[in-house]
Design a binder for this molecule. Structure first.
Ligand code: GLU
Length: 502
């Protein structure tokens, strides 16, 4: 059977990174087995539908480089790929279940059900619509044929419910999951799930199973939050007489600290993104925060899977060949923002200078630096190992293109002595007069000058850095002089002497 897997998000908002990881595992598995990765939009719940979410999902997958081969935008032989466009198929299939006696019509109103729930609650019990009480509720099993007909003629709203268990049937249902192994479920504890709602729309359970079957899905790889639905889904496959796909439920991504699933709020609290891309002007996504998609993929892949070794860095191709569903971990992975940054740093360090130059050029344009004769490749090589996020590129490079307009006060207090202006003016004269204005040329000349004048090198270097950079950070001072050139070095020194000494 060819491998066909699907990522089936509901367009209820931006894609959370837990969803991205599910998509990634599906993608890797398909790629590894020469299979097909499909995107199916599960948009039957019109109340939770959010405009723009589908487009966001597509953009996010494209940015991550895990685009589907079949989907609403990509086409394919198994479409349509939006559930809202597949209503006819669900109705056709529910009719089969009605004819076979697996489902019944339930006319109970929302108010009646809510009263039953409340009554059960007050006795410390949970109301479950199932084999124990269905004969006492308002449905086509408890009502006479005439009552049902008249309810239908009067357009009384109804839902279709699925018979999960009948009195006297074997209660044991065995579930197989590639990650969790074999599990036993007591079928008599399940409720008779609604398969079609009063508005005629299928629920998640019906649409999901019908589509997985019709789209010939071989493996369902999805979040662990769907594990409780597995029993119900298997019963549906049995009722339809279809062979069920294999299932792999992926553990949750947990909060950096404390209990529970990583949430949007954790991102805000701890100051890291939880969505791949920015969503409607809300917090920045990973892309806007300066993460490389390859780094994020690598980190996410390891949050719930490993190849059995301590290896951390994997390219997409390496992940593909190493990935297997059986090595997905059972326990949830804790999202660690620092580790995620570490991966990004590793990937930034691996980029070639030529790959970073265009990014720097873009930053220059954004920051109004129009023309420069600076050797951008040298700038990039000087700062590359200090980049953690792509956004650090401008932070680190700015010193080459923008003169300091003010000077770090603490540093001035510490480094600026009475004799400093004299020293700096002498240095300015020295550097301007040099024929060899390479970093090495300047370094040699400055050292020689300091020796000859019996001045400690520190008393020269610290104020020089302060004058050129504005603070005590930044790249090698002599490389900076070389790259900005003699004239700019001179302008900066003169400005610092004038400003600080004033
Ligand atoms: N629509 C479900 C979701 O939003 C899909 C669950 C599944 O993959 O079966 O996660």
């Amino acid at each position: 059977m060819p491998v066909r897997v699907r990522f089936a998000p509901s367009p209820t908002g931006p894609l959370h990174i837990g969803g991205v990881r599910t998509a990634l595992y599906n993608f890797l598995f398909a790629k590894k087995h020469g299979g097909t990765f499909i995107l199916r939009i599960e948009d039957t719940d019109r109340q939770r539908y959010v405009g723009g979410a589908e487009a966001y999902i597509l953009q996010a997958l494209a940015w991550m480089g895990i685009s589907p081969a079949e989907g609403p935008e990509h086409g394919g032989d198994y479409g349509p790929y939006r559930q809202s466009e597949r209503k006819k198929l669900y109705i056709k299939n529910i009719e089969r279940l009605v004819a076979q006696g697996n489902v019944y019509l339930a006319f109970d109103t929302a108010a009646e059900l809510s009263a039953l729930r409340k009554a059960a609650d007050s006795n410390g019990e949970t109301f479950i619509y199932n084999w124990k009480n269905r004969s006492g509720l308002k449905n086509s099993l408890s009502m006479t044929h005439e009552e049902v007909q008249s309810a239908l003629e009067n357009d009384t709203p109804f839902v279709y419910r699925f018979i999960a268990h009948r009195d006297g049937e074997n209660k044991d249902l065995f579930l197989e999951d590639i990650v969790r192994g074999r599990m036993r479920v007591d079928k008599s504890l399940l409720d008779d799930k609604v398969l079609v709602k009063q508005d005629g729309m299928p629920t998640y359970h019906l649409a999901n199973v019908v589509d997985d079957h019709l789209m010939e899905i071989s493996h369902v790889i999805r979040g662990e939050e769907w594990l409780p639905s597995l029993a119900m889904h298997l019963l549906l496959y049995q009722a339809f007489g279809w062979q069920a796909p294999e299932f792999a439920h992926v553990p949750l991504i947990l909060k950096p600290k404390g209990k529970g699933k990583l949430s949007k709020r954790d991102g805000a609290t701890f100051g890291f993104p939880v969505f791949p891309l920015e969503w409607k002007g809300e917090n920045a996504g990973f892309r806007e925060s300066g993460y490389l998609p390859e780094a994020l993929l690598n980190y996410l892949a390891l949050l719930g899977w490993n190849d059995g070794s301590d290896r951390e860095l994997f390219s997409l191709d390496e992940l593909t060949s190493a990935f297997s569903l059986t090595s997905i971990t059972k326990s949830g992975g804790r999202f660690d923002p620092d580790r995620c940054k570490w991966f990004n740093q590793q990937y930034l360090a691996q980029l070639s200078v030529d790959e970073l130059i265009p990014v720097l050029q873009k930053e220059l344009a954004v920051h109004g630096v129009e023309q420069t004769s600076m050797e951008l490749g040298k700038v990039v090589s000087l700062i590359q190992d200090r980049l953690v996020l792509l956004s650090d590129l401008w932070k680190e490079a700015a010193v080459f293109f923008v003169r300091p307009s003010d000077f770090d006060e603490k540093a001035v207090q510490k480094q600026w002595k009475a004799e400093t202006p004299k020293i700096l003016l002498a240095l300015e004269g020295l550097i301007t007069s040099l024929d060899d204005k390479s970093a090495e040329g300047i370094r040699t000349a400055v050292k020689k000058w300091a020796d000859a004048n019996e001045i400690r090198l520190g008393a020269v270097m610290a104020p020089l850095r302060l004058a050129l950079v504005g603070e005590m950070k930044g790249p090698d001072v002599f490389m900076l002089c070389q790259l900005i050139g003699g004239d700019e070095t001179s302008v900066r020194i003169l400005f610092a002497v004038e400003t600080i000494s004033a």
